[in-house]
Design a binder for this molecule. Sequence first.
Ligand code: DMJ
Length: 621
Amino acid sequence: MKIVSFKKKPLLIFGLVCFLAGVLLTIYGPVLLSLLRKGTGLSLGAAASSSQKSNDADSPVPPKVNNQANVVLPAKSEDQANANEEQKRAWEHEEELLRDVQNILKKDPVVLKSDIEKDKQAHVEVEKKKEEESKLEKVIEPVHSEGGQAGEGVPSDQQTKERQDFVRNMMKHAWGGYKQYGWGANEVRPVSKKGHSAGIFGSGNSGATIIDAIDTLYIMGLSKEYEEAREWIALSFNFNPTGDVSVFETNIRFIGGLLSIYALTGDKLFRVKAEDVARKVLPAFNTNTGIPKSLINLKTMNTKNYPWAAGGSSILSEFGTLQLELDYLSHVSGDPVFREKVDKINKHIRSIKTDTNMYTNYLNPNTGKWGSAHYSVGGLGDSFYEYLLKGWLLHSQTDTDQREMYDAAASAIKEKLVQKKENLVYVAEMRGNRLTHKMDHLACFVGGMFALGGYYNVHQNKGSTAVDKAKNEEFIKLGADVTNTCHESYTRTATKIGPDSFHFEGNNLATPTKANEKQYLLRPEVVESYFVLWRTTHDPKYREWGWEAAQAIERHCKKEAGYSGIRDVTNVNTGVDDVQQSFFLAETLKYLYLLFSDDSLIPLDHWVFNTEAHPIPILPS
Ligand code: DMJ
């Protein structure tokens, strides 16, 4: 560092004062001159007018000024009087400026320096504010949002309305805890009251809860909370996590969440942010087959699969759960690149489809071959089947290949995996040819999926477009039966909340065995199926079941700063995991709320829910 010697200081200060005086005189010199002239009775205006008077009859004639009292002599015409008045004001202003300059020059150089610093700071603040205001600016684009108006769907009967309010209050509590203790972090720890992040998000604060929750806030008509979320997204959301992030989770939570709120509001901000996030993960698709890797590091652009996935495979439920978000993103952005990624994956899967119409949970993205024969509608497989159906719905039921794939896959699941023990219908898993008589909480979405497909007549007679009415009804019934089993997994525990996995062997009937199967992570799949079954059958029992679940969650999971997962659903004195998962706000509470809302709110004829419960509008055919 250069040190200025003490002796040289006065010289420096003198120099600085001279410099400032020079600058200020350059700026205010003409003013000074004008005032000096004024003092001698010769104004700039008067000087100018004396030379112009004869050749410009219309130009304002400057007034004569009485030096003592500054009194303007009467003008000849009204115009002249106005011009005189204006000129007088200008001179007064100039005088004021000069006084300011004189005062500034009288100041101690140290004070002067600090004043300049303060001015600079104030300028920076003003510029920052301007920038923020421009970021917060709302540009609304036309979108298809039928039935997506904030706060709509109030049910007509009092009891249902009270239940709807109850769920809205749950959402307020969940949001309030996150806002106070986890703001900007991915999630909140509702007991230890601090931010939390899971490995799927990489490192850093990406505000997963804000992005995941914003459409729920909007749908519930929580406008203050919605604005808080929007402001954070506008000013602070850049999606720059370090470490490995999950491409699948980024897609369903971030891209899906942003696109959904864009579709509901038309607010351009969300479309631009969604596109930005999507572009960042595109390098994960650069494999021989176009099947993306599971993880991407956004700093190094390294991509890889989970080390536990056999043979370096990608996961079926991950690469098969992209179409809703990426097709819609291409539709609204006009850039086909996103849809092309999905098309390539679909093309590859179709090219290696087997006669069994089943899809194993693993696929090697480089060789393009299926991995070990593990079939499941729970974790690793689940939303692949969901998106076969929903991709067909998204495109107004026009993609025949996709319809046939879903029809055939659902039939294969029914034939090979669906089992019944006593009165309980469930969907088992299969390894090789062996069944595992177990269902995950995750697999409980399948009840809603089967019912949704049947409701929209996805099952058609082979080789024709004629609807197979009986088969569709069978699937609605199958959906109801499986959902009944999932409900049983709730009613058979002490807390009335369902476990993460449950078995159908020996004495086990929809009950968990191992310790880690007894936890409840605030998952949505069971209430998701209640919601879909309610919309497709209007059997009132689904609202009752949803109400049981809401109350049980309130009783056992509510903590001071939000809701927490619990360790053991079979024990009313259970411990907690101290995590409020972002999907609790995105999915669990949204499905419960919609269950108690009128069907006109997010009508199924116009919207299709992504696997994180973010509604995406059905595209015109
Ligand atoms: C959610 O993130 C999604 O529903 C996903 O498809 C599966 N897992 C969780 C919730 O359990």
